[in-house]
Write a protein that binds this ligand. Structure first.
Ligand SMILES: Nc1ncnc2c1ncn2[C@@H]1O[C@H](COP(=O)(O)OP(=O)(O)OP(=O)(O)O)[C@@H](O)[C@H]1O
Length: 502
């Protein structure tokens, strides 16, 4: 059994770039880190895996200087930083991070944000220099990105904001860059853009840089990283060369049951013909030039695919904002609930408790004579905490005390606990660990079998395979639609890129 922090000492690099020993951190009763050893060699890409709430982000926040551990030592490039480490020290030592919650200022342009991150861009002509810096970095990492330096960040799609954030972090600064921490960097990127980033990571590492990559998409870390460290409940439970892991053994190391196939489509060999049930939701993208429209029948799981930001979210919003009945673009017969993918801006009520975030959509159903039935509310909170495994000692804690993936689970619970007949999902599985994903897929299938309808925008092909019928979007229009039996990744990709796809 691998020991804690346990690579064979013979494999340990002579002088690690980073050497954390016995790092512990508690938040009240929650032990986020329980004595972690973690080392990174120069020129090494480490994958950090583990269930939601395992402690990955907290460990990286320690390394970024944002969180001061209660115990443990921290050495960087041989220098003992224990007790004096800070964000500023991290910056000077060349440690930079892309965290799950984006740090860009929405009311500033792309170039102005680059200036905020890189204060050396000052004096006469700073704006042009900032623009050149960010555009050249975007070109290097994400060729064909389509982002202009004068674009306001608030006007960019989530994926584009993520690209700007990543490019800003990799851009040459005053101090040489030694370590880049990427905490779920691909969660809002589609497969093609994610591939561009991972290729860049490999180039950066080949040139001697180090990277820590956190991802719940296991294929990404298996293919990109040299070594994989697995965390569970605040501890390191496995630490080996990436090539020694298979997908199966990695899932097991994370403490999940490794099913023969962990994909969404696992048991979903459903009907291939459209069901005869009545249409409950139907919508046409405003830019659609022909009469194609997304149509969902009662009990169907409908997938919206294609590259990120090509009109899928807009269609879901159109349905969410539609009133019941029929209009030119929309037809809706039932109550809707929306599961946001961008939890920061559309999802969580940041000042509310976890419980209140879950039950808010159901309060009307739980109120009698204008008073909310507190017992029913508490029961709903506890039921969903158990059903979807929200990791918290107390549902009264603030929602922001949850790890990113657990916040996402709370949003899911809000929609599924509600009385909505139609659930609109805007790429909601981002940041959810593989064990929970399997449970949520099963839940969706069970709910669909009971007659609930799901419209599911996803950037993961595996999730499209769980759908009964898939519509592929490009440039704000539906360019293809196919039943599950006709679905293949090649077909979806082809339709996503070709203007005149089938
Ligand atoms: N500021 C905080 N206050 C209270 N608890 C916190 C805080 N930050 C983290 N925690 C708790 O610490 C634990 C570890 O969280 P962390 O964010 O490190 O997990 P993670 O492995 O990154 O999860 P995910 O995959 O969901 O992002 C969780 O139980 C979380 O609820």
């Amino acid at each position: 059994m691998p020991s804690e922090g346990g690579a064979d000492p013979a494999d340990a690099p002579a002088r690690p770039l980073v050497d954390l020993r016995g790092v512990a951190k508690a938040y009240g009763a929650v032990r986020a880190l329980g004595g972690v050893d973690f080392a990174i060699a120069p020129g090494e890409c480490i994958g950090l895996a583990g269930h939601n709430g395992a402690g990955k982000s907290t460990l990286m926040q320690v390394l970024a200087g944002n969180v001061r551990p209660d115990e443990g030592t921290l050495r960087i490039s041989g220098s003992d930083e224990t007790g004096r480490y800070s964000v500023e020290r991290a910056g000077r030592l060349g440690v930079r991070c892309v965290f799950q919650e984006l740090s860009l200022c929405p009311n500033l342009t792309v170039a102005e944000n680059a200036r905020v991150r890189h204060p050396f861009l000052r004096g006469f002509g700073w704006r042009a220099r900032a623009a050149r810096l960010i555009v050249s970095q975007l070109d290097a990492i994400f060729p064909g990105h389509g982002i202009r330096p004068g674009d306001l960040v608030s006007d960019l799609a989530l994926g584009q904001r993520q690209m700007v954030e990543i490019a800003t972090v990799f851009a040459a600064g005053e101090t040489p860059l030694s370590l880049v921490i990427l905490d779920e960097p691909t969660s809002s990127l589609d497969a093609q853009v994610a591939g561009q980033l991972l290729a860049h990571v490999r180039r950066f590492v080949a040139e001697g840089g180090s990277v820590v990559l956190i991802s719940h998409i296991l294929g990404e870390i298996l293919e990109t990283c040299d070594r994989i460290t697995v965390m569970s409940d605040g501890r390191v439970v496995a630490d080996r060369a990436a090539k020694e892991f298979t997908r199966h053994s990695l899932v097991e190391a994370m403490g999940h049951v490794a099913h023969a196939q962990e994909d969404a489509a696992e048991t979903s060999a459903g009907p291939t013909a459209r069901s005869a049930a009545p249409v409950v939701a139907s919508a046409a993208p405003p830019r659609q030039a022909n009469d194609r429209r997304v149509e969902a029948r009662r009990g169907e799981i409908i997938g919206l695919g294609g590259l990120a930001g090509h009109g899928q979210t807009a269609l879901l919003v159109l349905l969410q904002n539609a009133s019941r009945g029929r209009s030119r673009l929309c037809e809706l017969h039932g109550r809707t609930a929306f599961v946001a993918g961008d939890r920061q801006s559309d999802g969580v009520f940041p000042l509310w408790s976890i419980g209140a975030n879950v039950t808010v959509r159901s309060l009307r159903a739980m109120s009698r004579l204008g008073l909310i039935d507190a017992e029913a509310e508490r029961a709903m909170e506890e039921e969903w905490k158990a059903r979807i495994a929200i990791r918290t000692p107390d549902m009264d804690n603030g929602i922001l005390t949850l790890s990113g993936g657990n916040q996402q689970k709370a949003l899911f619970a809000r929609a599924l606990a509600s009385d909505a007949e139609i659930v609109l999902m805007d790429d909601p599985m981002r940041g959810v660990d593989i064990g929970t994903k399997q449970e949520v897929y099963a839940l969706i299938r069970a709910e669909a079998a009971k007659g609930r309808t799901f419209l599911w925008y996803t950037t993961e092909f595996d999730e499209l395979r769980a759908c009964d019928h898939v519509y592929v979007f490009r440039s704000g229009r539906i360019v293809a639609d196919m039943a599950r039996s006709e679905l293949s990744e090649a077909r979806v990709l082809q339709s996503s890129f070709e203007e005149n796809a089938a």
